[in-house]
Write a protein that binds this ligand. Sequence first.
Ligand code: IMP
Length: 198
Amino acid sequence: MKVLLATKNKGKIKEMNALFRDLKIEFIGLDSIKEPPDVIEDGKTYHDNALKKAMTFYRIALIPTLAEDSGLEVDALNGAPGVFSARIAGEGASDREKIKKLLELLRDVPDEKRTARFVSVLCLVLDGKPYFFEGHVRGHLLRKPSGESGFGYDPIFVPEGYKKSFAALGPKTKNRISHRARAIEKLKEFLKERLARQ
Ligand code: IMP
């Protein structure tokens, strides 16, 4: 089965193909579409944004299409930045600028109150119908970045049960326990069942 992944990120496509090889599912990216439109992620929820992206490209390609929306929810900020995680420091800000902004907002928050969770929502559009898969990972936020791997808020997020940030733990550990890994696990179960029925 071929699935369109609503991303231009070659790394993400490669990662998904490795994760799904045993199921004979091949992910292709948006560069397989001529002039893919930009989808503005202006939804109030991860589900809205993931659905908008997946449905937009499904209608163009007419093959199973998968999109993701994700974010970081900080308890001391009542769940912010959440769906605005990519834009906390303005459109086009670098990961460093985003981390700096978040750490400023949390400057006076004591260690025991620096809890947060990452959320990932996947939307798969199959035969015109959307199916959602959600994953979470809880943890706490450091006062300064540590570690080199990953992206986004990885250098300041320490998952529950660990002492190092996602960026210091490295991709092997992160890809086993992350919000995205958990959402993908659910998607995989769903596709396994679907393929068995065909
Ligand atoms: P979007 O899903 O592309 O809208 O972006 C969500 C934003 O949340 C990203 O730009 C990152 O800042 C943050 N984020 C989501 N998942 C992760 C992760 O696995 N590690 C670090 N930051 C993440």
